[in-house]
Design a protein around this ligand. Structure first.
Ligand code: FES
Length: 212
């Protein structure tokens, strides 16, 4: 032993006591006396068949994706369409004056929200809207009057208010005769009779009624 450096000297080799453990010699595998078997070239790899449940899952996934994309596409198209409410025309024909008997005819109430009134000398069209808050009154033939179901306003057969909170008679729509002799109504042009104000129902020249 060298007392100066701390090395141990053996006949075969010299081992340094200060050398780190990683410096130990790495053992190498002994050469095999048997040669490695050659890998087979062109080997056939067998794949297991896809079970039906997997196919079904794939179909469900693809169907979901397709549905999602179609929905997105439709919403995209909807964005470019006009956001409008399509209402029936305010100008329409209701037949000939001779089609109506004296009194109140309610056959156009559902389609056009009007009643046709006929007296001995004139035909007019009442717009079926209560002048209180806008409900549609009911025609009570047995009582010969209109009755509003909302707050009880009453109107006579010509739409003139006589009870309840309605402030004025129901409005009347513009009427005229077309070249064929049919009545043409325009509910966009209404005639009013506000309380204490001018009675527009008498404006025959402007189309408030027809002479019969
Ligand atoms: Fe007709 Fe009120 S809405 S009485």
């Amino acid at each position: 032993m060298d007392s100066q450096s701390g090395d141990v000297i053996t006949p075969e080799r010299t081992v340094s006591a200060a050398a780190p453990p990683s410096a130990a010699p790495v053992a190498r595998p002994a050469p095999s006396s048997v040669a490695a078997a050659p890998k087979p070239s062109g080997a056939i790899v067998e794949s297991t068949p896809d079970p039906p449940v997997n196919k079904m899952r794939r179909h469900i996934v693809w169907a979901s994706i397709a549905g999602f994309l179609i929905t997105c596409f439709l919403m995209f198209l909807r964005f470019f369409l006009p956001r409008a409410i399509f209402e029936p025309s305010t100008v329409f024909k209701i037949g000939f004056p001779s089609d109506y008997a004296l009194g109140v005819d309610t056959k156009w109430q559902q389609e056009y929200r009007i009643w046709v009134g006929k007296t001995s000398d004139r035909l007019f069209v009442i717009y079926a809207r209560c002048t209180h808050l806008g409900c549609t009154p009911d025609w009570k033939a047995s009582e010969n009057k209109f009755k509003c179901p909302c707050h009880g306003s009453g109107y006579d057969s010509e739409g003139i208010n006589f009870e309840g909170p309605a402030p004025r008679p129901m409005d009347r729509a513009h009427v005229e005769i077309d070249p064929e002799g049919q009545i043409v109504v325009d509910t966009n042009r209404l005639f009013r009779w506000p309380k204490g104000d001018r009675n527009e129902f008498e404006d025959k020249d402007r189309g408030a009624y027809l002479s019969v």
